[in-house]
Design a protein around this ligand. Sequence first.
Ligand SMILES: [Ca+2]
Ligand SMILES: [Ca+2]
Length: 304
Amino acid sequence: MHAKETHMKVRTRWGMLLCLAAGCSSTAGGSGTAKIFVVAEASIPDGLDPGTGDENIKDGWAIRYQRFLVALGNVKASRTVAPGEVLTDPTVFVLDLRNAPTDGYVLRDFKDVAAARWDKVSFDIPNARPGAKRLPPTTQADLDFMTSKGYSVYFEGTAEKGAKKLSFKWGFRAGTTFADCASPENLPGFAVPAGGTIAVKPTIHGDHHFFTNVTQGAEITERRAAWLEICDKDKNLDVTLDELKACAAAEAFPQKPTGPYDITGVKDQDGDGKITAYDYVDTQLRTLGDYQGDGECPTRTTAP
Ligand SMILES: [Ca+2]
Ligand SMILES: [Ca+2]
């Protein structure tokens, strides 16, 4: 107890000195920078290969994306122990994740912030609207397309198995706020080092719409794509959103224990009174926001 008090006094004195030098106010432990990146998981630029590994598609399909756009922004961070201190930037960006820079897109530097753990972190994947910005190499055409359609995510891709090759071009308005983000080690938010920089990385995965269940927390699931062929009702090798809406979930996703799927948690997102493949994809796209690679943001709420 006594030793702890002494330690705290020393910390406070150092904090005041640092603050005089750096011009900050109440950062008793010094200050540093939180650099906000958006990173695309490898499944977006590289696609998904068939195979038996954790990240493979189990039923033999290879997935490749030709285009993958997302709206992302409204990053917020705060500290439970200091509720008045909030880092926030309402800017929303449209980002081309298929062609993202290797190290990701830098959205923002929060400089001269308390060197401490910012344990409450959230961000939005909202439905894009006018006022959103872009970062190169995302094009003005990409930005205009997303804001005019109001999509939160849009992708074009192919699924190939043997001689069969299906295509799809889908946009969804699945706007979602992702909160309580934690690292893969389950540490909440991020810790700013005194005099240093922490990389804070909302991470977008490209495979959730091939999961066999709706994950919350750890991604314990398989990846399968045979439902694409099942839902190509007119067999023209292009799977449309209308076909997804006409494709009953019970048919596309055979349920446990005889099939591989558990689609508990898929909601009637389009409100037509039926649970279809459209609802399945829409529901999975409301889980796309991950954190620091494979970390999770388990609190998900609808964002306008
Ligand atoms: Ca078709
Ligand atoms: Ca529905």
